[in-house]
Ligand binder design. Structure first.
Ligand code: IPD
Length: 284
């Protein structure tokens, strides 16, 4: 079991869990009766005062506990330090769900070493689940109220078995730009007759954790930002998923496909037949 205090990454994991807990306390436990909403890249891309406050709370924990590290956050910016630790933070992934008080938004906190994820925490307060992973050591989900899962509700994650395409439950998401959305909608319509079903849950970090937990068989999306997937991709990988760009090669925010290692090739071919490359910048 992870989190031996001396295990590599254990100190970073403790800080990531603490920072995520502070943000959850604000956005969920102390959710205000009314939200102040403004728009960002498009009329459907929102930010609330709680996104801003939650990122400030996370930055305050990081400033106290890891003052020398870089921070890159969705709301307050920053940059990846290619030579050291960078905290990549999405204070609320699934802001639209949050706005509607719809279950399925998350706080995402990752520690990257140079360009690669070392620790990832994704806290989903509406389902009482905190996913966490450390590179090379596995992925877990803590759900304190769910004692059936084991002591303190902590369970090691493993992806589902290699489902054939027509029995795959496939998660995806849609960006905020309306042209990209239209193209993503056409791909989803073409894909639907060939798979078990499609899920659009509304938070990329949780989509990736759902692959890790075997709650969906695969996930793909084009046009994310680094903070959407910084923690979730480590959870999925450490639970046994293969992660690649949709067009092949290493995964990147602009293009991500996660699936069982034995099925990712079949799914890519199907997605390409469905026109997915029209949604990926630089791939068609
Ligand atoms: C969004 C969510 C959504 C995905 C979008 C993201 P946000 O992030 O992850 O599921 O489809 O592409 O932008 O804006 O809620 O942090």
């Amino acid at each position: 079991m992870l989190a031996e205090p001396s295990a590599p990454g254990a100190d970073l994991l403790e800080v990531a869990l603490l920072a995520a807990r502070e943000a959850v306390r604000l956005i969920h436990d102390e959710r205000p009766a009314s939200l102040e909403v403004s728009t960002k890249s498009s009329a459907t891309d929102h930010v609330t005062q709680m996104d801003l406050r939650a990122e400030e709370a996370i930055r305050s924990v990081l400033g106290d506990r890891r003052p020398g590290d870089a921070v890159l956050g969705e709301e307050h910016g920053g940059a990846i330090d290619p030579t050291g630790i960078t905290w990549v933070v999405d204070p609320i992934d699934g802001t639209t769900n949050y706005l509607y008080d719809h279950p399925g938004y998350a706080v995402s906190v990752a520690a990257w070493d140079g360009g690669s994820p070392l620790v990832g925490v994704v806290a989903d307060p509406t389902h009482d689940r905190t996913y966490f992973a450390v590179a090379g050591q596995g992925a877990w989900c803590a759900s304190p109220a769910d004692r059936a899962r084991g002591p303190a509700g902590i369970q090691r994650l493993a992806i589902g078995g290699p489902a054939p395409l027509d029995r795959m439950l496939v998660a995806t998401g849609f960006g905020y730009d309306s042209d990209r959305r239209a193209a993503q909608g056409r791909v989803a319509a073409a894909l639907l007759p060939h798979v078990r079903d499609i899920r659009r849950m509304g938070a990329a970090a949780l989509d990736l954790c759902s692959v890790g937990a075997g709650r969906v068989d695969a996930y793909y999306e084009a046009g994310l930002s680094v903070w959407d997937l910084a923690a979730g991709r480590l959870v999925a990988t450490e639970a046994g998923a293969a992660l690649e760009a949709i067009e092949g090669g290493p995964p990147r925010p602009g293009s991500i496909l996660a699936a069982h290692p034995e099925r990712i090739g079949d799914l890519r071919r199907l997605l390409v037949d469905c026109g997915v490359l029209s949604t990926v910048e630089g791939a068609d």
